[in-house]
Design a protein. Structure first.
Length: 272
């Protein structure tokens, strides 16, 4: 598999890869610099970790930064947000007011206009409650945060993550593709994805397959999905027992993350 190192995409996107690789971050966090060709002003998305060399590299690419925007509150995206904004003389914006600094929260449908660049905010909860995507329609690109990854599929962490919201958000992303506004996905981890429709369709199929496997595991454990209590996701032992069935062929180092997703799946089944 070819290593992902970031780079320039479309006419308006430049990815600066942060040096924080890991099981959950893949090659590292993608810090996106968005700028209209010929403009000195930019938007920086997800500055990532507090790492001086990384932030120096972002600053060198970004020029005059109008705003720092975070796609959601996880530390691998936001740790450096305030300090970088202070350095560049701008504010921090996100959906969650707690993530904002010297700026108002973004709202769904808002267009961020900077030096001729238009970036539309698309609220896409699921991975987290405050997850957003950013539409750069002039490049036919959608920045997906952690809703869609460049490799594999994302984790939905209960209770902040919600599977019902996730399905709705993926459908909303898919509608942007169907309408011709999006052709490629620019994720916050891993490589750019040029087949937006295929990837989003795969995400739905994969999640439905996992959901069916969870239902099958419940039956094997002598439980009926239709009779799950509303608070099943908080059960201290059941999610782990389901993981041991569904993820038996997966390295146990990933079972902790799998259990987060299983709790979200059980909560979804209990509400159906």
């Amino acid at each position: 598999m070819e290593a992902w190192t970031g780079g320039a995409y479309g006419d308006r996107g430049r990815c600066v890869l942060a040096p924080n690789p890991g099981i959950m971050t893949l090659d590292g966090t993608n810090t996106w610099v968005l700028r209209e060709p010929g403009s000195a002003r930019s938007i920086v998305v997800d500055p990532g970790p507090l790492h001086d060399d990384h932030l120096d590299a972002v600053a060198a690419v970004a020029g005059e930064v109008e705003a720092v925007v975070v796609t959601h509150h996880h530390d691998d995206h936001t740790e450096a947000a305030r300090s970088f904004a202070e350095r560049m003389g701008c504010g921090v914006r996100g959906l969650d007011p707690a993530q904002c600094w010297r700026s108002d929260p973004v709202v769904d449908g808002e267009v961020l206009s900077v030096g001729g660049l238009d970036v539309e905010v698309v609220t896409t909860p699921g991975h987290t409650t405050d997850s957003i995507s950013l539409l750069v329609e002039a490049d036919g690109a959608l920045l997906t945060g952690d809703m869609v990854l460049g490799r594999g599929t994302t984790v939905i962490v209960h209770p902040d993550g919600d599977l019902g919201s996730y399905f709705d958000s993926i459908a909303r992303m898919r509608s942007l593709v169907s309408s011709g506004r999006v052709g490629s996905l620019w994720p916050a981890h891993g490589p750019v994805l040029t087949d937006a429709a295929g990837v989003l369709d795969h995400y739905v199929v994969h999640r439905r397959e996992r959901l069916a496997q969870v239902e099958g595991a419940l039956h094997r454990l002598g439980l009926s999905p239709a009779q799950l209590p509303a608070d099943v996701a908080e059960d201290p032992t059941l999610p782990r027992r389901v993981v041991e069935v569904v993820y038996a062929d997966v390295d146990e180092s990933l079972w902790g993350a799998a259990e987060w997703s299983v709790r979200a799946q059980l909560a979804y089944l209990a509400r159906r």
